[in-house]
Design a protein around this ligand. Structure first.
Ligand SMILES: [Zn+2]
Length: 312
C-alpha cells in the first residue's frame, strides 16, 4: 500500500464532523420558505389537519429538508472554520498528493423518523470509505464517501445521508492553439478566400483589357473597368523577396516564420508563407510551387514550397 493509500485508509471510520447540533429547532418559517422554493404543494408540511388526515400527528418537515437544519450559513464557513482535525488531515493528505479540486458526485438519503416543529436534531459525519485512485473524465482522484447520521434529542436516527465527493487532480489540458488571424473579408476579396478553401489559387482578371491583378480590388488599375473574372494560377512562381520573422511571437504561428513575396509565372505577386524549407535555405529567385495550409475549418491559405527539379 502506498503512503497516501495507507494515510487515507487510516482515516476511514473516523468522525470528520463530530456531533453538531442544529442552531434552531425544526420550525414552520423555514419549512414555509423551503416548500415555496421547491414549489412543493404537499399540504402535510404546513397544514396540521391535512397532515392528520394523512396519518401523521400534525404537520411534518419535508424529509428531504433534513440537511438544512444542521447546515451553517456561508458567513460561518467563510469566517475561517476549517473543520475538524480529521477533516484537516483528510484534505491535507489529498492536497499534498495534488488532489486539490473537488466535485460532489452524489448524495443518498434515507429517512427513519418524522420531524415536527420543535424537534432539535444533530448530525455526525463519519468517513465511510475512500476509493483507491481512479481515473475519471475530470482527472485522477479519490472518491470520498461520508455517512451523515441525523438524530433527534431522544437519540433516534432521523435520517442518514451518504455524501460522495471526488477529490481530484485537475487534468492538465493544453490550451487550444490560437487560430490564425482572420482575413477581413469584403465583397472585393471574399471570392479569393473562397477559392482558396477549395485549394484553387485564382487571379483576378479584367474582362475589358485582360490585365491580371493582385491584391484583389474592384477596379482595373490599367483601364478602370469594373468588370472582372478570374483565372486559375498554375501554382508555379519564384521567390521575389522574403523575410524570416522571429518576433513578436504570435501563438498561431510556428517560428521562425518565412513570409515571402512570391511572383507567379502569370506575373502577379502575392504574400504567402513558405513550407518544406529551412529559413536559411530560402533564396531570392528560387523556383517555388503552390502548396496549401489548411489552418482551421474556416481558413485555408496558399503557401509555397521549393520546386523539385521536375517541377521547374
Ligand atoms: Zn482593364
Amino acid at each position: 500500500m502506498s503512503g497516501i493509500d495507507a494515510a487515507l485508509s487510516n482515516l476511514v471510520g473516523q468522525e470528520v464532523v463530530p456531533t453538531t447540533w442544529a442552531q434552531d429547532p425544526v420550525n414552520t418559517p423555514m419549512i414555509r420558505h423551503w416548500v415555496e422554493a421547491m414549489a412543493d404543494e404537499n399540504p402535510i408540511y404546513l397544514d396540521d389537519d391535512a397532515a392528520r388526515s394523512a396519518g401523521h400527528d400534525g404537520a411534518i418537515a419535508p424529509p428531504t429538508m433534513v440537511q438544512a437544519w444542521t447546515m451553517r450559513g456561508y458567513a460561518a464557513t467563510a469566517a475561517g472554520s476549517t473543520g475538524s482535525e480529521v477533516a484537516v488531515e483528510l484534505f491535507g493528505v489529498l492536497a499534498d498528493a495534488g488532489f486539490t479540486s473537488v466535485v460532489a458526485t452524489d448524495s443518498e438519503q434515507e429517512y427513519f423518523t418524522e420531524l415536527r416543529p420543535g424537534d432539535l436534531i444533530n448530525v455526525t459525519e463519519v468517513i465511510e470509505s475512500i476509493s483507491p485512485e481512479k481515473k475519471t473524465g475530470l482527472g485522477t482522484g479519490h472518491f470520498v464517501t461520508t455517512l451523515k447520521t441525523y438524530r433527534n434529542a431522544e437519540g433516534d436516527v432521523v435520517a442518514t445521508q451518504k455524501w460522495r465527493t471526488l477529490r481530484f487532480r485537475p487534468e492538465e489540458k493544453p490550451a487550444p492553439r490560437a487560430l490564425r488571424p482572420r482575413p477581413a473579408l469584403n465583397q472585393d476579396n471574399a471570392f479569393w478566400f473562397a477559392a482558396a478553401k477549395e485549394h484553387r489559387l485564382v487571379i483576378q482578371r479584367c474582362t475589358a483589357c485582360g490585365t491580371l491583378r493582385h491584391p484583389t480590388g474592384p477596379m482595373c488599375g490599367h483601364c478602370r473597368s469594373l468588370d472582372w473574372d478570374t483565372v486559375d494560377a498554375s501554382g508555379k512562381g519564384f521567390v521575389y523577396s522574403f523575410v524570416v520573422n522571429h518576433h513578436p511571437k504570435i501563438d498561431a504561428f510556428d517560428y521562425p516564420l518565412i513570409v515571402a513575396v512570391i511572383e507567379l509565372e502569370e506575373g502577379t505577386r502575392l504574400i504567402a508563407n513558405m513550407v518544406g524549407i529551412e529559413p536559411d535555405q530560402v533564396k531570392v529567385d528560387m523556383p517555388v510551387v503552390l502548396d496549401w495550409i489548411d489552418a482551421d475549418p474556416d481558413l485555408t491559405l496558399p503557401a509555397f514550397r521549393p520546386a523539385a527539379p521536375e517541377e521547374n
